[in-house]
Write a new protein. Structure first.
Length: 326
């Protein structure tokens, strides 16, 4: 996540004979947000407060955030947002046997996917940083994070935006809103239906050539009471010595992944877990991650990859196919 700037919101209301449709949008967490719900009130102020609270807790681009204080080994009390992200990240790490690891912070920084510019990558540097990456060497005790090594640094970017979408959704529900779609940087949580009874429809992006290429929809899918997140290697990358490196870093090797999987879309019970599982898929690759996805109840996945002829191909789980919009 990054610093965000508030933009003018767009408020569209159509309240004739059906519930009022409200649409709010702007910039947050280094990306965009777009929120649609059916209700008569504007909850922009409460939503802004949620973005601010998440930033104060787990935003690596906010120098005074709790996670940055923890990473600098400053004495700080953890809040509920930090603890939630930590606990979910630890569960994801256990589930994936370490292919998801919230202590990946030193590697992320070295490769240049953080607030610093990155280091000169050498095998010796990677080996030294890998020694700091192990989710089993951190735990929470009496409201404090305890590290076995002070060089350990946390990074919740793989779940924080999904968590934010869920947090906003929970806030809307606390205000009596039962039909909404929350999209924070592509991490989406949908609840209920549209007034006509139809489901929410979400587009999955076709992998692009560059980070700034136009967005083209590859597949549309309808969801209800679910989170959906796509993780891809084609927009977030760095270039070193003429070679492109994905932001998807394998904690077991210390290097960005090199397989043929371009994007993984996961549908789960909420956006936080969809976010975590999509990231796991991108690190593990399609074959290994598909075994994991198939072992989980209520989870579906859609993969876009390059075959041996350098052509785009897709694969969807059986449950995902039932949600596709033809």
């Amino acid at each position: 996540m990054r610093h965000y700037w508030f933009a003018l919101l767009l408020l569209l209301a159509s309240c004739a004979k059906q519930p009022c449709k409200t649409h709010l949008e702007g910039l947050a967490q280094g990306s965009y947000y777009a929120i649609t719900y059916y209700g008569d009130h504007n909850y922009q102020h409460g939503i802004d407060s949620i973005f601010q609270a998440v930033d104060r807790s787990v935003n690596l681009w906010v120098d005074s955030s709790i996670i940055n204080k923890v990473n600098r080994n400053e004495n700080t009390t953890l809040d509920n947002i930090f603890i939630d992200n930590f606990n979910i990240a630890q569960q994801a790490a256990e589930l994936s046997s370490g292919y998801f690891d919230p202590t990946i912070g030193p590697l992320v920084s070295a490769w240049g996917f953080s607030a610093k510019n990155g280091d000169s990558i050498t095998p010796q540097l990677i080996d030294s940083l890998k020694a700091l990456v192990d989710y089993r060497k951190v735990h929470i005790e009496n409201g404090q994070l305890v590290k076995e090594n002070p060089g350990i640094q946390l990074d919740f970017n793989a779940i924080a935006q999904g968590y934010t979408s869920d947090l906003i959704g929970a806030y809307l529900e606390s205000q009596g809103i039962t039909n909404y779609l929350v999209d924070v940087g592509g991490e989406i949580m949908a609840r209920g239906n549209k007034p006509d009874g139809s489901s929410w429809v979400v587009g999955i992006e076709k992998p692009s050539a560059n980070w700034d290429s136009d967005r083209v929809v590859q597949q549309r899918v309808q969801i209800k009471d679910q989170g959906i997140v796509t993780s891809g290697s084609y927009r977030k990358y760095v270039e070193r010595d003429g070679k492109r490196y994905s932001h998807c870093i394998d904690p077991t090797t210390g290097y960005p992944v090199q397989h043929q999987l371009l994007s993984a879309t996961v549908i789960a019970q909420n956006a936080t877990w969809a976010d975590a599982l999509a990231s796991i898929c991108m690190v593990m690759g399609m074959e290994r991650s598909l075994e994991l996805i198939n072992s989980l109840d209520g989870v579906e996945a859609y993969y876009i990859y390059v075959n041996e002829q350098d052509e785009l191909e897709t694969f969807a789980t059986e449950g995902f196919k039932t949600m596709e919009v033809r």
